[in-house]
Ligand binder design. Sequence first.
Ligand SMILES: *Cc1c(COP(=O)(O)O)cnc(C)c1O
Length: 457
Amino acid sequence: MRTIIEPFRIKAIEPIRMTSRDEREKLIQEAAYNVFLLPARDVLIDLLTDSGTGAMSAAQWAGIMRGDESYAGSDSYYRFENAVKDIFGFSHVIPTHQGRAAERILFSTVCSTGQTVPSNSHFDTTRANIAYVGAEPVDLPCVESRVLADPHPFKGDMNLEALQHLLEQCEPGKVPLVMLTITNNSGGGQPVSMANIRATSKICRKHKVPLYIDACRFAENAYFIKQRERGYEDVALIDIAREMFSCADGCTMSAKKDGMANIGGFLASNDEQLTREERNLLILTEGFPTYGGLAGRDLEAIAVGLYEALELDYQHYRIISTEYLGQHIAAAGVPIVQPPGGHAIYIDAASFCPQIAPLEYPGITLTVELYREAGVRAVEIGSVMFGSVDTESGQEQPAPNELVRLAIPRRVYTQSHIDYVVEAIVNVFERRDALKGYRIIEQPALLRHFSAHFAPL
Ligand SMILES: *Cc1c(COP(=O)(O)O)cnc(C)c1O
């Protein structure tokens, strides 16, 4: 059969609310043209993020009922720990309430002022946690990732020459660890090849620097390796995952992604001494080591979800349905980051409406228009999110790219929802010449994209 279907049937439904164009016009104005300020009930199709927004399976809900809420040593913890050890292979596991808590504990323990932490591309919370302890996060993405339209199969790869050069040039102790984000979220949800994971690991071992994987989308990355890398066609996703992690010394994980859960995360490694120090910090801010800021029921949902993410039918549907959205809008001429990523499609807003200058925020224009057109919520990843202000001149500097991300929640929307999103984007594309930019009328000093107020130009 050529038709690809959702590999599940629907047991519980959640109504979504239709709104009229007039209502949306008023709502987006009241939200100061910032889609983060819209109440979710006024959004029809919510593609703001794939983080914690997935639908759980019947088996996960059964796990929720089975959750053991004992303070110490609950059964749920042991089921969670066994699942993580089985798939990831690390000997010490620390549960946390989400990915950034794992990052904070890791970097507060291993990292200090003046150090440098290289990565293929740091996720924004990772970057912030490194900067918070006074160290410098450095991105070393592969050269192919620079051209948005280049359909290279592993655009998430680490730039190996740059990593080698950095480790050779710096004095001993300058780099406490190297991070590898799979898939590379900031780089458009692009995968990292097994060859690149191996080569990164080899460079790290040669320089005696631990390698940590930011594992949030490890199962999607495993699927891309199976699909695109020679020699892995017949290897099960779980074995690809085990091979990826065997190259690393530890990982941080947000279970809100490929943990298929609504909350949770963990930190894992093979370093016993380090784990002891990390657990002390965990107790201080997250909780006892057998629950780490989560309820027993959350640990159950993750223990089940990690395996579900590695089911071939699920990943096939996941990756193909994301690609379906990308291919259909690209076929209508909409410029997107190629090839389509695992969890999201990124529209190149600068090419979509070239008449809008970067500092007139074409990504904001596009998110507002998608909401106006059809009640679809996407997110700007451009100069509002990543622009900076030059400290000397006070001039605002644009970000390198003006993107709009359409992130696909796991197992939530069906193909007809996606067809609806395609139509909305194409409708906006057809009237792109008439679109105008925005200016910021109010913004906080930090993380302005969440709460800035805009006005149309
Ligand atoms: C979401 C994410 C994180 C942070 O996880 P939270 O659970 O949101 O704290 C870290 N790295 C990557 C690549 C992510 O996508």
